[in-house]
Design a binder for this molecule. Structure first.
Ligand SMILES: NC(=O)c1ccc[n+]([C@@H]2O[C@H](COP(=O)([O-])OP(=O)(O)OC[C@H]3O[C@@H](n4cnc5c(N)ncnc54)[C@H](O)[C@@H]3O)[C@@H](O)[C@H]2O)c1
Length: 446
């Protein structure tokens, strides 16, 4: 165990010894693109483009020190060879069949790793059509109560712990977007939640049952969908109690990624904004699920918060007091996973003169999401091995990866990608007892 001075505190990080078991509810486009990608990279068939943990560097000390190690050489992360996988889905397709069905990666690549992908078969899902109306599948658990279903997921986790050969574990939700739910008294404490699990309360969605099971087994949980899942007091309580870090929600990929790159730039230059119209066409299963207004509402809330938090209209009423912000997602099957997102941005400058920016992003949703899944798996595992991070619950330093970052109660989230990036890297420096980088730089002129 390494002991290091960290901003006056001792920060201990246990080494990444042994295998890391990755458990994925939802074996669809994102999950299969992630798992197949990891295997392709392990075999030297492709590069981990888009992954900060694999490709990123971190500057340490002064600009004149020339110390910029790779992040994976700076903090002890699990290696790709150490990852082993399991998953749950309502369909019976193994990872190969599911990846073929998702249509993201080329058949040629998938065929090279077919036996590996075929070996990952879905466990029976906890699923209820009342929460995802557009889907229905045969591979679903039956139980007397929601508590019974949670016990069955806990059994799955224990079984994977025994048979996978892994010593550490992570769960990451790559399942569908559920209907919009608000936090209620049911979610306020572990006690209330457990009573409501017994009573089959409708405020408990399937994704919460997985999260409850994982955290109860001491397994960290990341939420890739905009679902409420772990963004409720009961999960923070369980997370802290069992030293199983949590983070979420909703992977920050295509259009929202672009939004959180552009909007901080407008604000930094004090350019006004009167409207931002975002529309998408998307033809994958995610698009089909989001065709249901109640699932779309969950996504919409997640996407809309971004501008308000970045632009702070209450502080700049002349610039951002009257923004018309609209987000649309249209299900259009011919495009499959290759989404097209249009943004029309109405800005104004000096003396109020209007200008327009048009962005047409022909993106690949799951190609953007897969490296996020990898980084979150590796960083959450790091957090659980860090004496300083494992007991704090929400890992806000991972906001970088999310459309709706979770924060401690009463805090507003940071959406600006560059603030998020600085926060993440400074957290890593802090963990290793390195000086934080403020970009002040006056010392170079002494
Ligand atoms: N770039 C992106 O693709 C992106 C970005 C942000 C968020 N997301 C979110 O990530 C999630 C996955 O996206 P995707 O494109 O892979 O979707 P997908 O539809 O291809 O895959 C989701 C899978 O989850 C399964 N599922 C649904 N409910 C389940 C349950 N209760 N238990 C187990 N399995 C369940 C479905 O059967 C499906 O196979 C979605 O919620 C999506 O909104 C994706």
């Amino acid at each position: 165990m390494a002991k290091r001075q960290s901003s006056g505190k001792f920060s201990q990080i246990q080494p990444a010894k042994g295998k890391l078991g990755v458990m994925i509810p939802g074996m669809g486009a994102v999950a299969t693109t992630f798992v197949a990608g990891v295997e392709a990279i392990r075999r030297g068939l492709a590069q981990p483009i888009g992954s900060l943990t694999q490709m990123g560097t971190i500057r340490l000390g002064k600009r004149t020190d020339a110390r910029s190690p790779k992040i994976k050489d700076f903090v002890p992360l699990a290696g790709l060879d150490d990852l082993v996988f399991t998953g749950w889905d309502i369909y019976t397709d193994d990872m190969y069949a599911a990846a073929r069905n998702a249509g993201v990666l080329e058949r040629d690549l998938l065929d090279k790793i077919k036996p590996f992908l075929e070996s990952i078969k879905p466990r029976k899902a906890v699923f209820d059509r009342n929460y995802v109306r557009k889907l229905d599948g045969p591979n679903v658990k039956k139980g007397k109560s929601k508590m019974d279903l949670a016990e069955q997921v806990r059994d799955d986790i224990r079984e994977f712990k025994k048979t996978s050969g892994a010593s550490r574990f992570i769960m990451i939700w790559c399942g569908s977007t559920e209907i919009f739910l608000r936090p209620t008294a049911v979610h306020a404490s572990v006690k209330a939640f457990e009573k409501s699990l017994q009573q089959n309360d409708e405020d408990i969605a399937p994704s919460m049952i997985y999260a409850y099971a994982a955290l109860s087994e001491g397994v960290p949980f990341a939420n890739g969908a905009p679902n409420l899942t772990v963004d409720i007091p009961v999960m923070s309580e369980l997370s802290r109690r069992n030293h199983a870090p949590i983070c979420g929600k909703d992977f920050k990929t295509g259009q929202t990624l672009v939004k959180t790159i552009l909007a901080p730039g407008f604000k930094a230059r004090m350019l006004g904004l009167s409207g931002w119209y975002s529309t998408n066409i998307l033809g994958n299963r995610d698009g089909e699920v989001l065709d249901d207004p109640d699932s779309f509402k969950t996504k919409e809330e997640s996407k809309l918060g971004v501008l308000e938090h970045i632009l702070q209209p209450q502080m700049y009423p002349q610039l951002y007091g009257k923004i018309f912000h609209k987000v649309r997602i249209n299900y259009y099957p011919p495009r499959g996973d290759n989404k097209e997102g249009w943004d029309n941005i109405d800005i104004f400058g000096w003396l109020g003169y209007p200008m327009q920016i048009k962005v047409d992003f022909l993106c690949r949703d799951s190609i953007l999401a897969a490296p996020i899944v990898l980084d979150l798996v590796l960083f959450l595992d790091l957090a659980q091995r860090s004496a300083e991070l494992r007991g704090i619950g929400i890992q806000e330093w991972l906001s970088f990866y999310f459309k709706s970052p979770m924060t401690a109660p009463g805090l507003y989230p940071e959406h600006d990608l560059f603030i998020q990036s600085m926060k993440l890297k400074n957290t890593l420096r802090h963990l290793k007892g390195e000086a934080l980088i403020t970009h002040l730089g006056l010392e170079y002129y002494d």
